[in-house]
Structure formats: structure tokens, C-alpha cells
Design a binder for this molecule. Structure first.
Ligand SMILES: [Zn+2]
Length: 417
């Protein structure tokens, strides 16, 4: 179906790159793309144009969540069950392949994708735990208009080194289960994922991975023009990722100042994932009966997380390294949709001391650049895809405005109004 031209009028429009607020603002959308942006008096809309007047609202580019797990929805087990397992928080949560069929998981993913879009996330980069090709299949269904959801960059199976996720599995069956979800850290795994037309390669390195293993992944991926996102939170694994020339480092919690400088020098990106560091652990444990000791340890986990994230964010801002942000949301958070849970990134970054404009950039213009999609999304400019959201107040005065998105347009189509 052809889209009519649409003229969006609003009190303000924020350009995340400059911080400039255009007021009042008009955006002319033609088909799926932005045709013109400016003061309302300067935009000539053709006859028959639909007009959407959003009053005093502020327009921003559609939000980009750089780290999602749309086919993962972990419910924290009861304390007793946790205590009786070796990796009680995660199994079988992080290995849904044990308990659920791929068909069931991808339908669940379709729900979470719709919820993300309704909260203003018009693009997500999905980084693993999707079965063999669940995220790529979901991406294709969304692109074909079969189900609503954000644009998805899919990674297919995550590459992991031996040992990860193996604990708590019956060793006799572990291989068959793991290959439903993961591939080994080697160049051949990139080729396997490429058969499913993935957009990015995700690697999780622990201290078992060798520089040669990671180098072969990066070399193969770059030959196929795929970027490599490396999960690394320890200082050793971050160094491995830097030495191998990865494109993005996910989490990066224990990056040293020297490592941040090395990343900056190499043009590598840091993808901050602060949501878990801002009280999320307490929220997901809220409905569970816990002993006083367990409750105290949950609270202590959150306190450590807050302190660590504040320290990291200050050093990242000082270092000048390129950064973006992602939710890493994979949990069932009571009372929240997946989209609502993912917006916890915004207050988490604010609480860690990040200025509001930097937070907006981390999920719009910076995020687009990190993904290599700066030619199509991340700002409201002529020629780019019409992914546009609106909030009531000024997000630079109160970043939690981004948790109350009132209007969502994706590719010229109104998703929420
Ligand atoms: Zn993750």
C-alpha cells in the first residue's frame, strides 16, 4: 500500500548531534522517508498531505536499542531452586532451547518486538539467544509487514568458547542442546551464520578464548562486511577484543583507562548496558519469596552495580571513546512490557552521571553510527527513514520523558498516537 505524504507539526525538534532544538518544527514525510525538516513556514506540503499536529510535543529520532534479546524472557527462579543449581539464576532461563520449541520462542519474540516498538524503539540490534535463526526470521517477518516490530539487526547464533553455558547441563546431551543456540569461536561459525543472512556477529569471550580464535572470527566477518560485537566485561577479555580488532565491545565493565584510550585510537565503540546496574535485580526479585539474607544480597548486588556503573560512565565520558547504549533486557520484569523494561536504560545512565544529551545520542545518532546505519536512521533529516517519536516535555530537562513516548512513527507509518 502506498503511503500518502504526511506533515508532522510539533513545538520542538531535537537534533541529537548538535543538541539544537528547533521550535516550532515541521517534518514532511513522503512514503517511508523524510522529505523536509524546518520551521513550519518554510515547508511546502503538497495538496492532499495528511497533517499530524502534535501540539507542544518534542520530536526525536526513533530510539535504537543496541543490545536486545527478544527471544529470551527469563523468569527468576525461587530461592530454593536457585540454591540447588550451580548457575541457578540462569538455567534453564538462558537456555530456552531446553524447554521451548523454536516456533514457540519466535512467537514470544514477536510479542516482545511489538512491545519494544510501542515504547519508541524503532531499531534494535539483537545479540543472541534466539535459537538458530529466530531473530533473523522475526526480522524478515517484520520487514515483510507480517508482524509489527522494530527494524532488527540479527546476529543468529552467538559464538561462545567451550565451557560457557555448559554447567548444569547433562554432558551426554549438552552438545545437541548447545548447537541449537551457540556456535564455537572460529571463522567457520561466521560462515554458518551468514547462511541465515545475519547482520552482525556476536561473540562472547571468556578467558578460555585465544587471540587466534577471535582473530579468525573478526577476519572472516570483515571479509563478509559484517561487524563483530564482543561480549567482554573482564579486563582480560576486553584486551582480547581490542587486540582482535572487534567493532564493538558489549558491557566493558572492567575496562581500564588505557583500554578506553586504545579503543578510541582504533575507532572501536563501547556499548554500555547500564540497566542491570540500576536496581533491576531487586525489581525482578520483588515477587519472589526470599530469606532476609537473600534479600540483602540482592540489594547489595544492586548497590555494587550502581557504584560500578557510575565509575565506568565517568571514565568513559572523560576518555572520549565512542559509546552507545543498549538495554541487554532478557528478564521478565513484573508489571512492565519488554519495551517499558528496556527504557530503564535512561534513568540508569542519568543516575550514573551521564548528561541528558549524551544519553539521547547513545540511543539515536551514536547508536546509528555504531551499527553502521548512520545513512538511514539516528537523526531526523531529509533522505533518512521516517522513524520519529514524540514526548510531551523536554527530554534534556528530564530524561525520563523518554520513558513516556506518546507518538511513534516507523518508516512513515504511525505505530502509536
Ligand atoms: Zn546480552
Amino acid at each position: 500500500m502506498l503511503l500518502a505524504a504526511t506533515l508532522i507539526l510539533a513545538g520542538h525538534l531535537l537534533d541529537p548531534r548538535t543538541g539544537h532544538m528547533l521550535a516550532p518544527a515541521a517534518v514532511l514525510v513522503d512514503g517511508e522517508r523524510i522529505k523536509a525538516v524546518g520551521a513550519p513556514s518554510t515547508i511546502a506540503a503538497p495538496p492532499g498531505t495528511d497533517v499530524i499536529d502534535l501540539g507542544d510535543a518534542t520530536l526525536l529520532p526513533g530510539l535504537i536499542d543496541c543490545h536486545t534479546h527478544l527471544l529470551l524472557d527469563v523468569v527468576v527462579p525461587a530461592e530454593e531452586e536457585k540454591g540447588r543449581r550451580y548457575n541457578g539464576d540462569f538455567a534453564p532461563g538462558l537456555l530456552l532451547a531446553i524447554a521451548e520449541s523454536p516456533e514457540k520462542r519466535v512467537l514470544h519474540g514477536a510479542q516482545l518486538a511489538r512491545e519494544d516498538l510501542e515504547s519508541g524503539f524503532t531499531t534494535v540490534r539483537n545479540l543472541g539467544h534466539s535459537g538458530i535463526d529466530g531473530d533473523a526470521a522475526l526480522r524478515n517477518a517484520i520487514n515483510a509487514g507480517r508482524v509489527p516490530g522494530p527494524r532488527i539487526l540479527a546476529c543468529g547464533r552467538k559464538l561462545v568458547s567451550q565451557g560457557d553455558y555448559l554447567q548444569s547441563l547433562n554432558p551426554a546431551l549438552a552438545g545437541a542442546i548447545l548447537e541449537q543456540e551457540f556456535l564455537p569461536v572460529e571463522g567457520a561459525s561466521v560462515l554458518k551464520n551468514a547462511q541465515y543472512d545475519v547482520d552482525v556477529i556476536k561473540v562472547s569471550v571468556d578467558d578460555n578464548a585465544t587471540p587466534a580464535m577471535l582473530a579468525s572470527v573478526v577476519e572472516t566477518a570483515h571479509r563478509l562486511r559484517l561487524k563483530v560485537a564482543v561480549h567482554a566485561s573482564t579486563t582480560e577479555s576486553i584486551q582480547l577484543a581490542i587486540d582482535a580488532g572487534a567493532d564493538t565491545i558489549e558491557h566493558g565493565n572492567r575496562a581500564t583507562d588505557e583500554q578506553l584510550q586504545a579503543m578510541r585510537a582504533k575507532g572501536m565503540w563501547l556499548d554500555l548496558t547500564p540497566a542491570l546496574a540500576d536496581g533491576l535485580w531487586s525489581k525482578i526479585h520483588a515477587p519472589i519469596a526470599l530469606s532476609p539474607q537473600a534479600r540483602a544480597s540482592v540489594a547489595a548486588f544492586d548497590e555494587r552495580g550502581r557504584a560500578g556503573m557510575t565509575e565506568l560512565v565517568q571514565r568513559v565520558l572523560k576518555s572520549g571513546v565512542h559509546f552507545a547504549a543498549g538495554s541487554d533486557m532478557c528478564w521478565y520484569v513484573p508489571g512492565k512490557t519488554r519495551g517499558e523494561a528496556s527504557t530503564m536504560v535512561f534513568p540508569a545512565l542519568r543516575n550514573a552521571g551521564m548528561p541528558p544529551l549524551d544519553i539521547v545520542r547513545a540511543v539515536t545518532s551514536n547508536a546509528a553510527e555504531m551499527l553502521g546505519w548512520q545513512d538511514r536512521i539516528g537523526t531526523i533529516e531529509p533522505g533518512k527513514l521516517a522513524d520519529i517519536i514524540a514526548v510531551t516535555g523536554d527530554p534534556l530537562a528530564d530524561i525520563t520523558e523518554l520513558q513516556r513516548v506518546r507518538f511513534v512513527m516507523k518508516g512513515g507509518r504511525v505505530v502509536r498516537r
